[in-house]
Design a protein around this ligand. Structure first.
Ligand code: BTN
Length: 252
């Protein structure tokens, strides 16, 4: 029987290298559903070995520990988290919020949130740490200085400064609503809404794998979370750990 994984303890850290690394280091003492958050992450990690670097106070970085997860979870949890964060942000940020497959959350077509789910297997048991970074207070100028023209923060799109106390509880509320449904029925309960909000569906995409690039059309999502693309007249399932996608002319 799986633990119920509802949010358990919420731990605030003044400063930490990476909330994902903190959870991994403290896995033995942590329970499934525990959340760790900080506004001062000093060595944040991004997908594909990249960094996620922010100044103190700029970004809400948090991670949740999920114990006894499955191989299927490692492909679906990123989609679920992308969906949960986008649903929560829709409630508090007054702009267009979309998802770029598998889990980037976009505000007005720029990336406001990045997600890194990491699973580790010990003695046949898989534990997963889902790490979420939400840009809060950077200005567009700051992103340009960092050579991140496709990034957005809550401040850069709304002109308002939101506090963690407004953002994190909304996300936890959405998680507590959707996660039990995911545990029961997988992708099915949120697939329709995810597809509606996914910017890639029905569009041409560049699929980038091992520095090779092919162009296709994103048709839908398979039940395991893979992106189904039509490439050279054939349906191909793209796994997010193996390939990334971009729009034909840019980021989306
Ligand atoms: C991406 O590259 O889009 C994923 C970025 C993930 C950043 C978050 S911030 C909280 C958690 N801790 C990390 O070190 N990374 C993730």
């Amino acid at each position: 029987m799986k633990p119920n994984h509802k949010i358990m303890d919420i731990i605030e850290l003044h400063e930490v290298d990476s909330t994902n690394n903190y959870c991994k280091r403290h896995m033995d003492e942590m329970h499934s559903g525990d959340v760790v958050y900080t506004l001062n992450q000093t060595a944040g990690k991004g997908t594909g070995g990249k960094t996620w670097l922010t100044k103190p106070g700029e970004c809400l970085a948090f991670s949740i520990v999920l114990k006894q997860t499955t191989i299927e979870d490692s492909t679906l949890l990123p989609l679920l988290w992308g969906f949960v964060v986008s649903s929560a942000l829709k409630e508090i940020v007054d702009c267009e919020i979309k998802i770029k497959w598998p889990n980037d959350v976009l505000a007005n077509n720029r990336k406001m949130c990045g997600i890194l789910c990491e699973s580790s297997c010990m003695g046949g048991k898989i534990d997963t740490v889902c790490g979420i970074g939400i840009n809060i207070s950077q200005s567009q100028k700051r992103f340009e200085e960092q050579s991140l023209p496709n990034a957005a923060s809550i401040y850069s799109v709304t002109g308002k400064n939101f506090e963690v106390k407004q953002v994190l509880p909304q996300i936890i509320h959405c998680w507590n609503y959707w996660y039990p449904q995911y545990l029961k029925s997988g992708l099915a309960p949120f697939k329709g809404d995810y597809l509606r909000d996914c910017v890639n569906i029905g569009k041409q995409v560049r699929v980038i794998q091992d520095s090779k690039e092919v162009v296709g059309i994103a048709l839908g999502i398979a039940d395991n979370g893979n992106l189904i693309c039509e490439i050279d007249g054939k349906h191909v399932n793209i796994h997010h750990g193996e390939a990334s996608i971009r729009g034909l002319w840019g980021y989306v």
